[in-house]
Design a protein around this ligand. Sequence first.
Ligand SMILES: [Zn+2]
Length: 187
Amino acid sequence: MQTPGHAVLNLALLSGGASSALVLPIVAGAVAPDVPIVVLYLREKYLRGLPDERIWSESYQRPFWLNLIHGAHSIPLTLLGALVFWALGLPALAAFFASALLHALGDLPVHAQDAHRHFLPFSHYRFISPLSYWDVRHHARIVALVEALLVIGAAGVLGSGASAVGRTVLAAVAAWYLVNYWKNFLR
Ligand SMILES: [Zn+2]
């Protein structure tokens, strides 16, 4: 899934309305698993000047980055974090890890060849899904459309209870999804 979509869907599923005090930790937890990917991309593109193709086929495949990215998408580790902080009575940290866990569960069915090792550190198993949110060889046109509609729908629901700033951000994410879909699949 696209990173902004995780933030919107996780908020809709976990916050019980965008006015909740847990909005920030939920958004942070929804985005956190993809932060290493963003850092890798910006570093390779703007510090080293590599073209996108080489970033994904070479830099992304290095063990250091794969371990970091896959570790951040670990179902057992994020579940453990959510349970430990919930038991300790720290709802913001529990919400952060619950949101990261939901991110991993959202990615699981829509990554094909680029599947993460979601069961680290216990197993290196990768579920190669028949579906992909970006790869047209794996029905990405339909998968990305379903993702876009879910995110736009969730943004609409959240927007009805949100502040003006919140509504603006949600509208921006919805617009970004529409533009991206057009750029990636229709143009
Ligand atoms: Zn991810």
